[in-house]
Design a protein around this ligand. Structure first.
Ligand SMILES: Nc1ncnc2c1ncn2[C@@H]1O[C@H](COP(=O)(O)OP(=O)(O)O)[C@@H](O)[C@H]1O
Ligand SMILES: [Mg+2]
Length: 340
């Protein structure tokens, strides 16, 4: 059995990732093409790296090409290199990633964005291990393991004529689906601890996440998946405070998110802008609640009296999580700020 120790994947030990981890160890020893699917930020690249590092190619490069970042012609040159004079600006011969990754691994990130014409050339490399540089005459051999990643539904792209079916089957020898973070919330505490440790070490701090905030993070839906969680923890460490996280999570509330805590004495350590933002938001929520009660939830009237548009009011009602049945205001609770 190939071990994946030392990879960030070690953090994800929950049941949803067990299948992924098992596949990583199984396919590492082979040369089979791997297609990684899943939403943006779920860790597809982390999985690709784990496979490469557990494979016999580990001593050779793993080169990633972001297929969405370059227009077709530049992407072709990036992948396959070009001969001098192949196009304007091609002053000298240049090897592409398929040459540079010799005996290693190439990760074609966002494979769903590759134009059809280039898909044909990729298919050829995958089938015969051969290609030519752009504008080059010599046929070059390549020994590269290919992995591809996408957040597209490639089967839908095939039906829509945007992706070649034959290329799909070549890439999809081993399919690994990395589930979104909201389907593996049990891993959030370990991920938070991991990101905290890394960021604390990086910025010379010793912040902690209080249990109430951790519960909040576990309940969140995380549309940006692990990347978003990592960013939030990192920013929290850099700013030395977690108070603003409330604002961020309120902007994308979890289905069952608890109400936002009322700012307490700990707010004094916040930056002035944050204090102002939170105070404005709380004042707005209060004013809107009062007006809706006064007008018996006649939104048109409430909007007119508040001097905002009807649409703006509806937006704020949703944003503040207000509901029509009369609700007692939440009792002030101590703010769970992170203590440095
Ligand atoms: N299992 C994990 N453990 C720790 N960090 C992870 C894990 N999975 C993903 N990450 C981090 O989350 C971010 C997004 O991961 P990435 O592999 O780039 O996602 P994707 O390729 O699916 O968009 C990266 O910064 C990565 O280091
Ligand atoms: Mg990625």
């Amino acid at each position: 059995m190939v071990r994946v120790d030392g990879s960030p994947l070690d953090v994800c030990t929950g049941p949803a990732m067990r299948a992924v981890r098992d596949l990583v160890t199984k396919v590492a020893a082979t040369n089979a093409a791997v297609l990684l699917t899943g939403e943006s930020g779920v860790g597809k690249e982390v999985v690709a790296r784990a496979i490469h590092h557990a494979s016999p190619r580990a001593g050779r490069p793993l080169l990633k090409v972001n297929c969405a970042a370059l227009p077709g012609e530049l992407l072709e040159s990036e992948l396959f290199g070009h001969a001098r004079g192949a196009f304007t600006g091609a002053y000298r011969d240049k090897p592409g990633k398929f040459e540079q990754a010799q005996q290693g691994t190439i990760l074609l990130d966002e494979i769903g964005e590759v134009p059809l014409r280039l898909q044909a050339k990729l298919l050829h490399v995958l089938q015969d291990g051969e290609f030519a540089r752009v504008g080059g005459e010599r046929v070059l051999q390549t020994d590269v393991r290919v992995m591809a990643a996408t957040n597209h539904d490639l089967e839908a792209d095939i039906r829509g004529g945007r992706f070649r079916e034959d290329l799909y089957y070549r890439l999809n020898v081993i399919a690994i689906h990395v589930p979104p973070l909201r389907e593996r919330r049990d891993e959030i505490p370990a991920l938070v601890a991991h990101f905290l440790k890394t960021a604390n070490a990086q910025y010379g701090r010793s912040l902690d996440v209080p249990p109430a905030l951790l519960r909040r993070l576990v309940a969140h839906t995380w549309p940006g998946n692990i990347r978003q969680l990592e960013n939030i923890v990192k920013r929290m460490v850099v700013l030395g405070s977690a108070a603003w996280i409330e604002d961020e999570l309120v902007a994308h509330p979890a289905a069952s998110a608890p109400p936002a805590p009322v700012p307490g004495p700990a707010a004094a350590i916040l930056g002035l802008k944050l204090i102002a933002r939170r105070a404005a938001r709380d004042a707005e929520r209060l004013a809107i609640t009062n007006m809706l009660e006064r007008t018996h939830w006649n939104r048109t009237k409430a909007a007119r009296l508040l001097q905002i548009s009807y649409k703006a009011l509806l937006y704020k009602i949703v944003e503040c999580g207000l509901t029509e049945k009369p609700v007692a205001p939440a009792p002030p609770t101590p703010k769970n700020d992170v203590v440095a």
